[in-house]
Design a protein around this ligand. Structure first.
Ligand code: CA
Length: 238
């Protein structure tokens, strides 16, 4: 069943798509689900729209005139104000390598064209859940790493860290279970949710990004890779 949003908390989705019929179809379906929709027909316009008013999520087509989706994503990630803006990349390609490239550029998720509207909506909701300011919780920490869940702030040794929404949720999950080893499937269930299908190796991409974000030069890697098992927040046994 559709999970509609109340008019007070209508999330805004910026749809960046140069194919007019697809844009119309996306607008129709997203509005029906209770989202507010903004449009951009090319990469330059997308960057402009985001700087005018920050949306809650960007649905970003890879193949765009003027500036590719990959480049738009890269630029958004470079700007402090949009470093953690939720982005779903829409690829016209089905090769795994392209999907991994989209994630490596900083997208939080991707979906390949042609996609089923239900699958897209599930991904949008899941990503909004991951990025949404959850209820007041307090602070959790491990070693010199700490997360203030109310302020949505993460620091290591007093240094502010910048995490994307998916990395934040991953770290939040690890911090709630320090030392415990989780398989990729367990992490997918906990962070992405059971309702959407994500390749297990997507987890590896986000773990790589999380490591990059939390481990400064000369600092101990707080994430332990357990061969053929998974990952743990564990500073011991490297
Ligand atoms: Ca296109």
């Amino acid at each position: 069943m559709a999970e509609a949003y109340s008019s007070l908390a209508k999330p805004t989705i910026l749809v960046v798509e140069d194919e007019a019929p697809l844009l119309t179809l996306l607008r129709y379906n997203l509005e029906k689900q209770g989202f507010r929709v903004e449009e951009a027909a090319d990469g330059q316009e997308a960057l402009l729209r985001v700087s005018e008013a920050r949306p809650d999520l960007v649905l970003l087509d890879w193949m765009l005139p003027a500036l590719s989706g990959i480049e738009v994503c890269r630029q958004l990630r470079r700007r402090p104000g949009t470093r953690d803006l939720p982005i779903i990349m829409v690829t016209a390609r089905t090769e795994d390598q392209d999907a991994v490239r989209a994630l490596d550029t900083g997208a939080d998720d991707y979906i390949a064209k042609p996609f089923a509207m239900d699958a897209l909506l599930a991904r949008i909701r899941a990503l909004l859940r991951r990025s949404g300011g959850a209820a007041t919780k307090g602070a959790i920490s491990y070693r010199d790493l700490s997360m203030d869940q109310d302020a949505h702030r993460v620091t290591r040794n007093g240094r502010a860290l910048h995490l994307g929404p998916t990395e934040y949720r991953l770290l939040e999950f690890f911090l709630s279970h320090p030392g415990r080893v989780f398989t990729r499937e367990q992490l997918l269930d906990a962070v992405w949710g059971r309702d959407i299908h994500v390749e297990p190796r997507t987890v590896d991409v986000h773990i790589r990004r999380l490591r990059k974000a939390i481990n400064g030069p000369g600092e101990i890697d707080l994430i332990r890779t357990v061969r053929s098992a998974g990952y743990a927040l564990d500073a011991e046994g490297h």
